[in-house]
Design a protein around this ligand. Structure first.
Ligand SMILES: Nc1ncnc2c1ncn2[C@@H]1O[C@H](COP(=O)(O)OP(=O)(O)OP(=O)(O)O)[C@@H](O)[C@H]1O
Ligand SMILES: [Mg+2]
Length: 256
Protein backbone atom coordinates (compact mmCIF):
# COMPACT_ATOMS: atom_id res chain seq x y z
CA UNK A 1 0.00 0.00 0.00
CA UNK A 2 1.33 3.46 -0.90
CA UNK A 3 2.36 5.64 2.00
CA UNK A 4 0.31 8.63 3.11
CA UNK A 5 3.05 9.97 5.41
CA UNK A 6 6.82 9.79 5.07
CA UNK A 7 9.33 11.06 7.59
CA UNK A 8 12.85 11.18 6.13
CA UNK A 9 15.96 11.49 8.31
CA UNK A 10 14.34 13.92 10.73
CA UNK A 11 16.45 15.35 13.55
CA UNK A 12 15.33 17.78 16.24
CA UNK A 13 17.23 19.07 19.23
CA UNK A 14 16.30 21.33 22.11
CA UNK A 15 19.47 22.99 23.40
CA UNK A 16 21.64 20.07 24.45
CA UNK A 17 18.84 17.48 24.20
CA UNK A 18 18.69 15.45 21.02
CA UNK A 19 14.96 14.65 20.88
CA UNK A 20 15.04 13.05 17.41
CA UNK A 21 18.03 11.79 15.47
CA UNK A 22 17.80 10.72 11.83
CA UNK A 23 14.32 9.24 12.19
CA UNK A 24 12.92 7.69 9.03
CA UNK A 25 9.50 6.04 8.98
CA UNK A 26 6.33 5.85 6.94
CA UNK A 27 2.64 5.24 7.42
CA UNK A 28 0.73 3.43 4.65
CA UNK A 29 -2.65 4.67 3.48
CA UNK A 30 -5.42 3.00 5.52
CA UNK A 31 -2.78 1.72 7.95
CA UNK A 32 -2.94 1.62 11.71
CA UNK A 33 0.63 2.19 12.84
CA UNK A 34 1.86 2.32 16.42
CA UNK A 35 4.74 4.32 17.89
CA UNK A 36 6.10 3.25 21.26
CA UNK A 37 9.18 3.98 23.33
CA UNK A 38 10.17 4.79 26.90
CA UNK A 39 9.41 8.21 28.41
CA UNK A 40 11.30 11.01 26.72
CA UNK A 41 12.21 8.93 23.66
CA UNK A 42 10.83 11.55 21.23
CA UNK A 43 7.34 10.29 20.36
CA UNK A 44 5.48 13.53 21.02
CA UNK A 45 8.28 15.52 19.40
CA UNK A 46 7.82 13.45 16.24
CA UNK A 47 4.09 14.26 16.24
CA UNK A 48 4.95 17.92 16.79
CA UNK A 49 7.27 17.88 13.80
CA UNK A 50 4.69 16.17 11.56
CA UNK A 51 1.90 18.58 12.57
CA UNK A 52 3.89 21.80 12.21
CA UNK A 53 4.37 22.58 15.90
CA UNK A 54 8.12 22.17 15.45
CA UNK A 55 10.31 22.73 12.42
CA UNK A 56 12.86 19.89 12.15
CA UNK A 57 16.54 20.87 12.26
CA UNK A 58 17.14 18.36 9.51
CA UNK A 59 15.10 16.05 7.32
CA UNK A 60 11.76 16.17 5.57
CA UNK A 61 8.11 15.28 6.09
CA UNK A 62 5.94 14.31 3.11
CA UNK A 63 2.17 13.85 2.97
CA UNK A 64 0.09 12.44 0.14
CA UNK A 65 -2.42 14.69 -1.59
CA UNK A 66 -4.45 14.04 -4.73
CA UNK A 67 -1.50 14.78 -6.99
CA UNK A 68 1.15 12.78 -5.13
CA UNK A 69 3.50 13.39 -2.22
CA UNK A 70 3.80 16.96 -0.98
CA UNK A 71 6.43 18.29 1.40
CA UNK A 72 4.84 19.63 4.60
CA UNK A 73 7.70 20.28 7.05
CA UNK A 74 7.89 24.00 7.69
CA UNK A 75 4.13 24.51 7.30
CA UNK A 76 2.38 25.88 10.39
CA UNK A 77 -0.13 23.77 12.37
CA UNK A 78 -3.17 25.33 10.66
CA UNK A 79 -1.74 24.63 7.23
CA UNK A 80 -0.96 21.03 8.15
CA UNK A 81 -4.47 20.62 9.55
CA UNK A 82 -5.93 22.01 6.32
CA UNK A 83 -4.02 19.34 4.38
CA UNK A 84 -5.99 16.68 6.26
CA UNK A 85 -3.96 15.73 9.34
CA UNK A 86 -5.64 15.88 12.74
CA UNK A 87 -3.80 15.24 15.98
CA UNK A 88 -4.83 14.84 19.59
CA UNK A 89 -2.68 16.03 22.48
CA UNK A 90 -1.06 13.98 25.21
CA UNK A 91 -2.20 16.69 27.62
CA UNK A 92 -5.75 17.39 26.44
CA UNK A 93 -6.50 20.85 25.11
CA UNK A 94 -10.19 21.27 25.82
CA UNK A 95 -12.26 24.27 26.85
CA UNK A 96 -12.62 23.49 30.55
CA UNK A 97 -15.60 25.77 31.11
CA UNK A 98 -17.58 24.35 28.23
CA UNK A 99 -19.54 21.12 28.41
CA UNK A 100 -18.39 17.93 26.73
CA UNK A 101 -20.90 18.35 23.91
CA UNK A 102 -19.98 22.01 23.42
CA UNK A 103 -16.32 21.05 23.12
CA UNK A 104 -17.19 18.57 20.39
CA UNK A 105 -19.30 21.06 18.48
CA UNK A 106 -16.60 23.75 18.50
CA UNK A 107 -14.25 21.63 16.43
CA UNK A 108 -11.68 23.48 14.34
CA UNK A 109 -13.52 22.15 11.31
CA UNK A 110 -16.63 23.96 12.42
CA UNK A 111 -14.67 27.17 12.76
CA UNK A 112 -13.17 26.76 9.30
CA UNK A 113 -16.69 26.19 8.00
CA UNK A 114 -17.92 29.48 9.43
CA UNK A 115 -17.84 31.32 6.16
CA UNK A 116 -21.36 32.77 6.26
CA UNK A 117 -22.18 32.64 2.56
CA UNK A 118 -20.79 29.19 1.99
CA UNK A 119 -22.56 27.99 5.12
CA UNK A 120 -25.86 29.46 3.96
CA UNK A 121 -25.54 27.77 0.62
CA UNK A 122 -24.88 24.42 2.23
CA UNK A 123 -27.57 24.89 4.82
CA UNK A 124 -25.78 25.36 8.12
CA UNK A 125 -28.66 23.90 10.10
CA UNK A 126 -28.28 20.59 8.39
CA UNK A 127 -24.55 20.74 8.96
CA UNK A 128 -24.99 21.52 12.66
CA UNK A 129 -27.42 18.64 13.01
CA UNK A 130 -24.97 16.34 11.28
CA UNK A 131 -22.19 17.41 13.68
CA UNK A 132 -24.44 16.88 16.70
CA UNK A 133 -25.42 13.46 15.42
CA UNK A 134 -21.79 12.44 15.03
CA UNK A 135 -20.93 13.81 18.49
CA UNK A 136 -23.73 11.88 20.17
CA UNK A 137 -22.86 8.69 18.31
CA UNK A 138 -19.21 8.92 19.42
CA UNK A 139 -20.16 9.78 23.02
CA UNK A 140 -22.46 6.77 23.16
CA UNK A 141 -19.67 4.46 22.01
CA UNK A 142 -17.43 5.62 24.86
CA UNK A 143 -20.17 5.58 27.52
CA UNK A 144 -19.80 9.35 27.70
CA UNK A 145 -23.38 10.22 26.83
CA UNK A 146 -24.35 10.79 30.49
CA UNK A 147 -21.61 13.45 30.60
CA UNK A 148 -22.66 15.31 27.44
CA UNK A 149 -23.80 18.33 29.42
CA UNK A 150 -21.10 18.16 32.09
CA UNK A 151 -18.41 20.81 32.13
CA UNK A 152 -14.99 19.42 31.28
CA UNK A 153 -13.62 20.90 34.55
CA UNK A 154 -15.82 18.40 36.44
CA UNK A 155 -14.66 15.27 34.58
CA UNK A 156 -12.13 12.67 35.72
CA UNK A 157 -8.72 12.65 34.00
CA UNK A 158 -9.64 9.46 32.10
CA UNK A 159 -12.85 10.98 30.79
CA UNK A 160 -11.02 14.14 29.75
CA UNK A 161 -8.56 11.98 27.82
CA UNK A 162 -11.42 10.21 26.02
CA UNK A 163 -13.15 13.48 25.17
CA UNK A 164 -9.87 14.76 23.67
CA UNK A 165 -9.78 11.71 21.38
CA UNK A 166 -13.47 11.96 20.49
CA UNK A 167 -12.90 15.64 19.67
CA UNK A 168 -10.14 14.64 17.25
CA UNK A 169 -12.39 12.05 15.60
CA UNK A 170 -15.11 14.67 15.12
CA UNK A 171 -12.96 16.41 12.56
CA UNK A 172 -12.85 14.94 9.06
CA UNK A 173 -9.26 14.15 8.11
CA UNK A 174 -7.29 11.55 6.18
CA UNK A 175 -4.65 10.94 8.83
CA UNK A 176 -5.18 10.94 12.60
CA UNK A 177 -2.27 11.15 15.03
CA UNK A 178 -3.37 10.07 18.51
CA UNK A 179 -0.99 10.80 21.41
CA UNK A 180 -1.63 8.22 24.17
CA UNK A 181 -5.40 7.92 23.70
CA UNK A 182 -5.66 5.14 26.32
CA UNK A 183 -3.64 6.84 29.09
CA UNK A 184 -5.49 6.30 32.36
CA UNK A 185 -8.48 4.83 30.54
CA UNK A 186 -10.13 1.64 31.85
CA UNK A 187 -9.00 -1.42 29.83
CA UNK A 188 -12.48 -2.26 28.50
CA UNK A 189 -12.99 1.26 27.20
CA UNK A 190 -9.48 1.31 25.75
CA UNK A 191 -10.28 -1.84 23.76
CA UNK A 192 -13.47 -0.25 22.50
CA UNK A 193 -11.53 2.83 21.46
CA UNK A 194 -9.09 0.80 19.38
CA UNK A 195 -11.92 -1.32 17.95
CA UNK A 196 -13.53 1.89 16.78
CA UNK A 197 -10.25 2.92 15.15
CA UNK A 198 -10.28 -0.39 13.23
CA UNK A 199 -13.88 0.16 12.24
CA UNK A 200 -13.19 3.71 11.00
CA UNK A 201 -10.35 2.37 8.91
CA UNK A 202 -12.58 -0.29 7.33
CA UNK A 203 -15.64 1.88 6.89
CA UNK A 204 -14.18 5.28 6.04
CA UNK A 205 -10.71 4.39 4.77
CA UNK A 206 -8.99 6.47 7.47
CA UNK A 207 -5.35 6.16 8.53
CA UNK A 208 -4.06 6.21 12.12
CA UNK A 209 -0.65 6.76 13.70
CA UNK A 210 -0.85 6.11 17.42
CA UNK A 211 1.53 6.75 20.33
CA UNK A 212 0.66 4.56 23.29
CA UNK A 213 2.25 3.27 26.49
CA UNK A 214 -0.39 0.53 26.92
CA UNK A 215 1.58 -1.75 24.64
CA UNK A 216 -0.30 -4.94 25.54
CA UNK A 217 -3.51 -3.31 24.27
CA UNK A 218 -2.04 -1.39 21.33
CA UNK A 219 -0.30 -4.39 19.77
CA UNK A 220 -3.63 -6.15 19.25
CA UNK A 221 -4.85 -3.42 16.90
CA UNK A 222 -1.88 -2.11 14.90
CA UNK A 223 -0.55 -3.54 11.64
CA UNK A 224 2.94 -2.20 12.16
CA UNK A 225 4.95 -0.85 15.07
CA UNK A 226 7.89 1.56 15.41
CA UNK A 227 10.00 1.89 18.54
CA UNK A 228 11.89 5.05 19.46
CA UNK A 229 14.67 5.07 22.03
CA UNK A 230 16.65 8.17 22.95
CA UNK A 231 15.41 9.88 19.81
CA UNK A 232 16.49 7.09 17.48
CA UNK A 233 14.48 4.40 15.76
CA UNK A 234 15.31 1.23 17.67
CA UNK A 235 13.09 -1.32 15.93
CA UNK A 236 10.17 -1.69 13.55
CA UNK A 237 7.99 -4.45 12.18
CA UNK A 238 4.97 -6.59 12.97
CA UNK A 239 3.91 -5.89 16.55
CA UNK A 240 4.45 -9.43 17.88
CA UNK A 241 8.00 -9.52 16.45
CA UNK A 242 8.88 -6.06 17.72
CA UNK A 243 7.76 -6.59 21.31
CA UNK A 244 9.76 -9.79 21.62
CA UNK A 245 12.89 -8.14 20.17
CA UNK A 246 15.52 -8.29 22.95
CA UNK A 247 16.66 -4.72 22.21
CA UNK A 248 13.13 -3.44 22.78
CA UNK A 249 12.72 -5.44 25.98
CA UNK A 250 16.07 -4.09 27.17
CA UNK A 251 15.11 -0.46 26.35
CA UNK A 252 12.00 -0.77 28.51
CA UNK A 253 13.63 -2.68 31.35
CA UNK A 254 16.59 -0.33 31.27
CA UNK A 255 14.06 2.45 31.96
CA UNK A 256 15.07 4.37 28.84
N1 LIG B 1 9.62 22.00 23.75
C1 LIG B 1 10.66 21.36 24.31
N2 LIG B 1 11.69 22.05 24.84
C2 LIG B 1 12.75 21.41 25.39
N3 LIG B 1 12.86 20.08 25.46
C3 LIG B 1 11.86 19.34 24.95
C4 LIG B 1 10.71 19.94 24.35
N4 LIG B 1 9.89 18.96 23.92
C5 LIG B 1 10.48 17.79 24.24
N5 LIG B 1 11.67 18.02 24.86
C6 LIG B 1 12.62 16.99 25.29
O1 LIG B 1 12.81 16.10 24.20
C7 LIG B 1 12.85 14.74 24.65
C8 LIG B 1 11.74 13.95 24.00
O2 LIG B 1 10.50 14.38 24.53
P1 LIG B 1 9.10 13.85 24.03
O3 LIG B 1 8.06 14.64 24.73
O4 LIG B 1 9.08 13.86 22.56
O5 LIG B 1 9.11 12.35 24.55
P2 LIG B 1 7.94 11.25 24.56
O6 LIG B 1 8.50 10.05 23.91
O7 LIG B 1 6.69 11.83 24.02
O8 LIG B 1 7.81 10.97 26.14
P3 LIG B 1 6.51 10.55 27.00
O9 LIG B 1 6.32 9.09 26.81
O10 LIG B 1 6.93 10.87 28.41
O11 LIG B 1 5.36 11.38 26.55
C9 LIG B 1 12.77 14.81 26.18
O12 LIG B 1 14.08 14.80 26.67
C10 LIG B 1 12.09 16.13 26.43
O13 LIG B 1 12.44 16.64 27.68
MG1 LIG C 1 4.84 12.15 24.77
Amino acid sequence: MASILEVNSVSKRFGGVVALEEVTLSVPERGIVGLIGPNGSGKTTLFNVVTGFHVPDKGEVWFRNQGGMERIDGLNPNEVFAKGIVRTFQVPRLFKNLTVLENLLVTPWNQLGERPLAALRRGWEREERELARRAIELLRRFDLLPYANTRVSELSAAHIKLVETVRGLMTPARLYLLDEPAAGVEAGVAHRLFSLVRELREREGLTFFIVEHRIEILTRYVDYLYVLHNGKLLAEGKPEEVISDPRVVEAYIGGG
